[in-house]
Design a protein around this ligand. Structure first.
Ligand SMILES: O=C(O)C1=C[C@@H](OP(=O)(O)O)[C@@H](O)[C@H](O)C1
Ligand SMILES: C=C(OP(=O)(O)O)C(=O)O
Length: 449
């Protein structure tokens, strides 16, 4: 029997809360994979525990990596990771995780036998063609152009041209394992612009921190030299994209939300919230770190990407003025923020235009269609465009907000529910993809006196 819909709480007063976020999905899954490919045992501290992160851990174990949880708390899990020879014969469940379906196959092509990949029903619809073609061009055999597929090595590496306009993860996936290919890799992108550049920068920075030589000096070309990936001690930053719905609550209610341990320098897409929320009417400030329990404190972590030292973080404080204005924004680089920005736009007093995000049709669901449908179902005025959404002010009413098994759709429904009585989010449990504690954290935020 499906779980009952979740009655999204309506805020009756301005929220005033501090919300500590667990680790970044994107940093966690890169760190785990790099640790599994490294030249010795390493650690990944304060890693996210969520469906996507657990799928990555399970996939790496199936390929011969030993992962041992040495400490676990609300701040995350500390993994001791011991690489092993990459083992064939495995069956990998990618769930609906882009990071598993795009990052793990290049590693699987190093295995001593074939590796089978499948995922959720919708995962079979997510674009995979360009990365699977690239793996073929580099020497692997792959028997399909989407999930499910079986991949077999050996793979020698070398030069490859692909169209990564559908997902930056095609580039990141190849780069992460490339130092282990006999010839390394040269990737050339040809096609419309590659989205989510900060995520590629995250990949490049984390590789360099592990001693890998990466040349990204030419636009749309990435070169990785063959060589070892150094074993390290990494600490994961809080997930700034998952800060989005909580910070949005400050704007919707005219309140204040503080996120501790916000890195001063980061490649996370969520950092763009500072500018986006300011444009929509918020005041965004940084205040000295409170030294809360989520502040990464690993002394050898300084200057390593994904590893802010305590002095490299501040509290981020977002205060809503009560006024919520629309936005005209190109979100190509930060597409995963779109559902929250669209939810705010649906509550804004002036029109919004979101551009540059046609690749969102290949995310957990077709997010452009899903957002337009669900906002309009509540009486709103949202229209899909070729590469985004136009959203105009119109009073909303209660009703069911469908999540389409998409964590960020579910949290967008929660944001709208703050201002609109009677919103019920279908399948709120899908937030477990990256934030299993979402409902408790949302309730605690609203209950803070
Ligand atoms: O590499 C990553 O960790 C991610 C890259 C982006 O993918 P796309 O480039 O497919 O949007 C982003 O939207 C996704 O949530 C995480
Ligand atoms: C697009 C997203 O996820 P994935 O890593 O599955 O692509 C997302 O989290 O918004």
């Amino acid at each position: 029997m499906p779980a009952p819909h979740w009655p999204a709480p309506t805020a009756t007063t301005p929220v005033t809360a501090t919300v500590a976020l667990p680790g970044s999905k994107s940093v966690t899954n890169r760190a785990l994979l790099l640790a599994a490919l490294a030249d010795g045992p390493g650690t990944v501290r304060r890693a996210l525990r969520s469906r996507d992160a657990d799928l990555m851990a399970t996939a790496l174990r199936a390929l011969g990596t030993t992962l041992e949880a040495t400490d676990e708390s609300a701040a995350g899990v500390d993994w001791q990771v011991t690489p092993g020879p990459v083992r064939g014969g495995a069956s990998i469940d990618a769930g609906l995780a882009g990071t598993v379906m795009r990052f793990v196959p290049p590693m699987a092509a190093l295995a001593d036998g074939p590796v089978f990949f499948d995922g959720d029903p919708h995962a079979r619809k997510r674009p995979m063609g360009p990365i699977l073609d690239a793996l073929r061009a580099l020497g692997a055999r792959v028997d399909n152009d989407a999930l499910p597929f079986t991949i077999s090595g050996p793979l020698t590496g070398g030069e490859v041209t692909l169209d990564a306009s559908g997902s930056s993860q095609f580039v990141s996936g190849l780069l992460l394992t490339a130092a282990r290919f006999e010839k390394g890799i040269t990737i050339r992108h040809v096609g419309p612009p590659v989205p989510s550049q900060p995520h590629i920068e995250m990949t490049v920075q984390m590789l360099r921190a592990a001693g890998v030589t990466v040349d990204d000096s030419e636009r749309d070309v990435w070169r990785v030299l063959p060589g070892p990936i150094a074993a390290r001690d990494m600490t994961v930053e809080p997930d700034l994209s998952n800060a989005a719905p909580f910070l949005a609550a400050a704007l919707v209610t005219g309140g204040t939300v503080t996120i501790p341990s916000w890195p001063l320098h980061t490649t996370q897409a969520g950092d763009a919230l500072r500018g986006l929320l300011t444009t929509m009417g918020a005041t965004v400030t940084r205040s000295p770190a409170t030294g809360d329990s989520t502040t990464p404190a690993s002394p050898d972590a300084i200057d390593q990407p994904g590893v802010p030292a305590p002095s490299d973080t501040t509290d981020l404080v977002v205060t809503g003025s009560g006024a919520l204005t629309g936005i005209d924004a190109d979100l190509r680089d930060v597409g995963e923020l779109t559902p929250t920005i669209a939810a705010l736009a649906a509550l804004a007093t002036t029109p919004s235009r979101i551009r540059g995000v046609s690749h969102l049709r290949g995310h957990e669901t077709d997010r452009l269609a899903a957002l337009a449908t669900e906002i309009n179902r509540l009486g709103g005025d949202a229209e899909e465009t070729e590469d985004g959404l136009n959203i105009r002010p119109r009073p909303l009413h209660g009703g069911t907000f469908h999540s389409y098994d998409d964590h960020r759709m579910a949290t967008a429904g929660a944001v709208i529910g703050l201002a609109v009585p009677g919103v019920e989010v279908e399948n709120i449990a899908t937030t477990a993809k990256t934030l299993p504690e979402f409902v408790q954290m949302w309730t605690a935020m609203l209950d803070t006196p």
